[in-house]
Design a protein. Structure first.
Length: 256
């Protein structure tokens, strides 16, 4: 099969979709730091017309809305990215299933991109350097927690480096599943996979909750589990809508 020829900028777009799974046109323009919305749309249209990526137009009552279109990797992207050293062949097989992903999953991916930009802006205000690794990136980390977090991020300031695992909790997720996930983090800490093999301080865990009811529930659950397991992990929680509205502020995170 002949591999499609694409430009370097279009390759960047494919790598972004590989890492974030679903992105809208505004995300892609911001990631590429490009001023021309028209040119971005030309690149996206070309990739879409050749079935290298796929496009979802947001519809309400059968009509296309003014919301930006959403993009994800199409089947032809696999052949293009297979030889790229930044891509894992097993993860590229996901392209066969992406079109069947739920709206909840797509929104989760879009929210992760939003939160990246919030973290980036907060780091810039602190004159710090941000490194942000998505779950796709973390999949390649040896001894990473399983299931992998939504992101692993480091913030390097003059005299210290802060490390975080990020979990975005969806509104419809079952509480017993969320509770189990929190216990998995504590078990992972207790087994010292990170401490013994990565040789870095254990990351703090940031939980982005859909509402205060779940936030309060997790505060009680995690506090009890940390005490009973004698685990020294820093958990912090914030509210999804608050971060989307105000960005990351001094009072965004509550200590658990």
């Amino acid at each position: 099969m002949q591999i499609e020829s694409i430009t370097p900028k279009q390759t960047e777009i494919l790598l972004l979709l590989y890492r974030y799974r679903f992105l809208n046109s505004i995300h892609i323009q911001k990631f590429l730091s490009h001023k021309s919305h028209t040119l971005i749309n030309q690149w996206l249209s070309d990739l879409t017309n050749r079935n290298i990526i796929q496009k979802i137009d947001i519809k309400r009552l059968g009509k296309i809305t003014s919301q930006p279109s959403i993009y994800y990797l199409g089947l032809k992207s696999r052949a293009i990215l297979t030889e790229n050293e930044k891509c894992h062949p097993d993860l590229l097989a996901r392209v066969y299933q992406e079109k069947r992903r739920s709206e909840t999953f797509r929104n989760h991916c879009l929210a992760l991109a939003d939160f990246y930009f919030h973290f980036q802006l907060a780091a810039q205000k602190q004159k710090a350097n941000l490194s942000f690794y998505t779950s796709t990136d973390v999949s390649d980390f040896a001894y990473a927690p399983l299931p992998v977090p939504d992101a692993y991020t480091t913030i390097e300031e003059k005299d210290q480096t802060s490390r975080y695992f990020l979990e975005i909790i969806d509104g419809g997720e079952k509480w017993f599943v969320i509770d189990r996930r929190m216990k998995q983090y504590i078990s992972y800490f207790k087994k010292k996979y990170w401490q013994d093999h990565v040789k870095l301080p254990f990351p703090s865990i940031l939980l982005i909750c859909p509402n205060t009811k779940l936030q309060n529930h997790l505060r009680i659950l995690i506090s009890k589990e940390l005490e009973s397991e004698e685990a020294e992990i820093d958990f912090f929680s914030g509210i999804h809508a608050d971060i989307q509205e105000r960005g990351i502020q001094m009072d965004t995170w509550q200590t658990i």
